[in-house]
Design a protein around this ligand. Structure first.
Ligand SMILES: Nc1ncnc2c1ncn2[C@@H]1O[C@H](COP(=O)(O)OP(=O)(O)OP(=O)(O)O)[C@@H](O)[C@H]1O
Ligand SMILES: [Mg+2]
Length: 238
């Protein structure tokens, strides 16, 4: 399912840190993500991948440039409005999944639904159960997340990112701390969601096999996208 541009950014600049620590982390980054497509951002450690995902995910504001959701600019919105957009449109999978240790798998998945406040308790629990079923954890709904394996926790984080049926999934090295089998499984799960349910996915990855399986790969260096290529077309310049 291919469609229009669901998330984009233009001429993003971002500085991080104070005074002599100050880093020019993003230097004019522009990117368009279409519905139905899977994009990878690759590049050496420190090149700005996480910073870009945080800006696109409305978790951080750029110093210049614009982020747009479905062609509607959002960077001028208030914090509350940004939080609402983020909860509704974007599912974020963090590099270190940040689950609530003392909560069950099911409770973790209901948290974003609670924030959005559109479903009853029973509906939230049912939806969380369905999502956990879909990631192969139907039998572990009531397990505390700290009693799950790393791969299982990552799948809970994927289910949580899907809680509010977001159009866009942003994933910061979603498979970074998984073994090969689990990381391929997590990636396939995300890829299938995009293709079957008309979502879009942008992931940062250090895994060349995963990047090559994406529809688009964007190479980043020193805060810039230096090349973008479609699958199988490695050397075409941006
Ligand atoms: N809070 C911060 N304060 C100061 N500098 C920061 C901060 N966060 C990140 N940086 C710097 O910004 C640059 C980009 O960092 P970023 O985390 O986006 O890199 P990355 O490409 O995700 O790296 P990795 O592959 O290691 O995850 C780096 O030079 C980093 O040191
Ligand atoms: Mg990073």
């Amino acid at each position: 399912m291919n469609g229009g541009i669901c998330l984009s950014c233009e001429a993003i600049e971002r500085y991080l840190g104070e005074e002599e620590e100050r880093v020019h982390a993003l230097r004019g980054v522009s990117l368009d993500i279409e519905t139905g497509s899977v994009h990878a951002v690759v590049g050496p450690s420190g090149c700005g991948k996480s910073t870009l995902l945080y800006v696109l995910g409305l978790l951080d504001l750029p110093d210049a440039g614009q982020v747009a959701i479905e062609s509607e600019p959002v960077s001028h919105l208030s914090d509350d409005e940004l939080a609402h957009k983020r909860n509704k449109f974007i599912g974020f999978i963090f590099q270190f999944h940040f689950l609530m240790d003392e909560f069950t798998a099911q409770e973790n998945v209901t948290i974003p639904m609670r924030k959005l406040g559109q479903l009853s308790d029973a509906q939230m629990r049912e939806r969380a159960a369905d999502l956990l079923e879909a990631v192969g954890l139907g039998d572990k709904l009531r397990r505390l997340s700290r009693h799950l394996s790393g791969g299982e926790q990552q799948r809970v984080a994927i289910a949580r990112a899907l809680a509010n049926d977001p159009r866009v999934i942003l994933a910061d090295e979603p498979t970074g701390n998984l073994d090969t089998a689990n990381s391929e499984r997590a990636f396939e799960l995300l890829q299938n969601l995009v293709h079957d349910r008309g979502k879009a996915l942008l992931l940062a990855t250090h895994n060349p096999a995963i990047a090559e399986a994406c529809d688009w790969t964007h190479e980043m260096k020193d805060g810039r996208i230096t090349a973008s290529h479609a699958r199988g077309q490695r050397n075409s310049n941006f």
